[in-house]
Design a protein around this ligand. Structure first.
Ligand code: SF4
Length: 455
């Protein structure tokens, strides 16, 4: 049902509290920052527990089964809350509910859910909330109309670093991936809009921006003219006040020497590439519809390493793709040993509805996948440790993100190469760039002491 809007919908949140739960990737985190901004413009204020909330919004992820299961168990839990507070509004949005089948499933199984919305519906959230207050049933809006998206702002969760989307959607249709089905076709934001937003953030004291997209490398291909991602990076490099520019995620098939050169020559562009390879077997890469071979991937990595001294490269690996033989898996282990990633995020293959891989024969058992994941992580752990060990005794620049989760006397932050660093210091260093002398290297992080504050 498409609701009508009344004049006072802009104050529907006055005095009310909201809880927002986010699953998934950086793009979803950014979408949640936009949802916060929309809700706060309606008068809502944030709380941290469901018991205090008048509105609960779950921003879902559909990339694997696990985050979907967490959503249904949360909704089960919130049934009791709704019995106690009939005015409580519960909304479920994001990639899971952008899929019609899942949207109907949530509506039919959880009658206490008021709104089911998709990834394109954020501009219509005020309408949906206003309608839900007077409507007993469940409103569904999974329309792919994204009119008004560009006008939305984000309530950034940090005051010194921020996500900056540059392209939405994906055209690649990797055979295992649900993203193109839930985020739509690639649409690049106009360069001038991105640069204007970057300049306003830098003027507000932001030091670090991460350019976001499912595949940032194909930025601009849908725009008139020949403005490329490399061109955008070059222009971002001249935004005054910005000290660090990051970007994710890159697809190897669209990674150009021009982009590598833009990173090499751009002072503010961080020396880190997140370049998902997914498998080291050409047979599996073909069945994944990834569009490159292991040989081409290794050539790209060597080009990056030869051009940019001290660069770090991280990746994503899927273990247990349908039909993956021991030989295919060995090819993946061999690629890890050849490329030597600083870090690799490894995942067990999870069949996703509506994807071609889900219909493939020779699906592996969970046990087989788990066993391979363990072997793969052992290989990667050793490589990550060895590479971090090389940084002992060096001095690195760190953007301080705040107190370490496990010890408030320790501060934590990241190097330009995206390595996590812990060091003793006070929390007033948060948001500052400092130099740290690295004294100890661990598999996933570094420890050191403060050298001096960096202006
Ligand atoms: S590039 Fe492939 S894996 Fe990445 S979002 Fe697009 S379809 Fe999914």
């Amino acid at each position: 049902m498409k609701p009508e809007q009344s004049a006072n919908s802009y104050a529907i949140g006055e005095g009310k509290k909201y809880l927002l739960i986010t699953f998934g990737c950086q793009m979803n985190e950014h979408d949640s920052e936009v949802i916060c901004s929309v809700l706060e413009s309606l008068g809502y204020s944030a709380v941290l527990t469901a018991e205090e909330a008048d509105l609960i919004i779950i921003n879902t992820c559909a990339v694997r089964q696990k985050p979907e299961d967490k959503v249904t168990s949360l909704l089960g839990k919130y049934y009791a809350l709704k019995q106690e507070n009939k005015e409580l509004i519960i909304a479920v949005g994001g990639c899971m509910t952008q899929q019609e089948e899942a949207a109907r499933y949530i509506r039919d199984r959880f009658h206490h859910v008021n709104i089911v919305f998709g990834t394109h519906a954020l501009p219509r959230l005020p309408l949906l909330l206003e309608a839900a207050i007077n409507y007993k049933g469940t409103i569904i809006d999974i329309d792919e109309d994204y009119t008004g998206r560009e006008e939305l702002t984000a309530a950034h969760s940090s005051t010194f670093k921020a996500w900056l989307p540059v392209i939405y959607g994906c055209n690649n249709f990797c055979s295992y991936c649900v993203v193109p089905h839930v985020r739509g076709r690639e649409r690049s934001r106009h360069g001038e809009d991105i640069l204007k937003e970057a300049k306003s953030l830098a003027a507000r004291g932001y030091l670090e921006l991460t350019l976001l997209g499912q595949n940032v490398n194909s930025y601009g291909q849908d725009l008139a003219g020949d403005y490329t991602f490399a061109g955008l990076l070059r222009d971002m490099n001249y935004v005054e006040g910005l000290k660090r520019i990051r970007f994710m995620t890159s697809h190897p098939k669209d990674l150009s020497p021009e982009l590598i050169e833009a990173v090499r020559s751009g002072d503010s562009i961080c020396e880190h590439f997140h370049l998902p390879v997914q498998s080291g077997s050409n047979r599996i890469l073909k069945n994944m519809n990834r569009g490159y071979s292991r040989e081409h991937y290794i050539k790209l990595v060597n080009m990056i390493k030869d051009s940019i001294p001290g660069v770090s490269i991280t990746s994503d690996i899927i273990v247990g793709f349908p039909g993956e033989s021991e030989e295919d898996f060995q090819a993946t282990l061999d690629l890890l040993k050849t490329v030597r990633f600083d870090n690799a995020f490894s995942f067990i293959y999870s069949p996703r509805k509506n994807t071609t891989a889900a219909a493939m024969r020779e699906q592996l058992s969970h046990g087989e996948k788990e066993e391979r994941l363990q072997r793969l992580n052992e290989v990667q752990h050793a490589i990550s440790s060895e590479l971090n060990l090389q940084l002992e005794g060096s001095t690195v620049e760190v953007l301080v993100e705040g107190p370490s989760k496990n010890n408030i006397d320790m501060q934590t932050g990241r190097t330009r190469t995206n390595k996590l660093v812990h060091f003793p210091g006070s929390s007033d260093l948060t948001g500052k760039l400092v130099n740290i002398n690295i004294s100890e290297a661990k598999t996933w992080n570094l420890a050191g002491v403060l050298e001096g504050e960096n202006s």
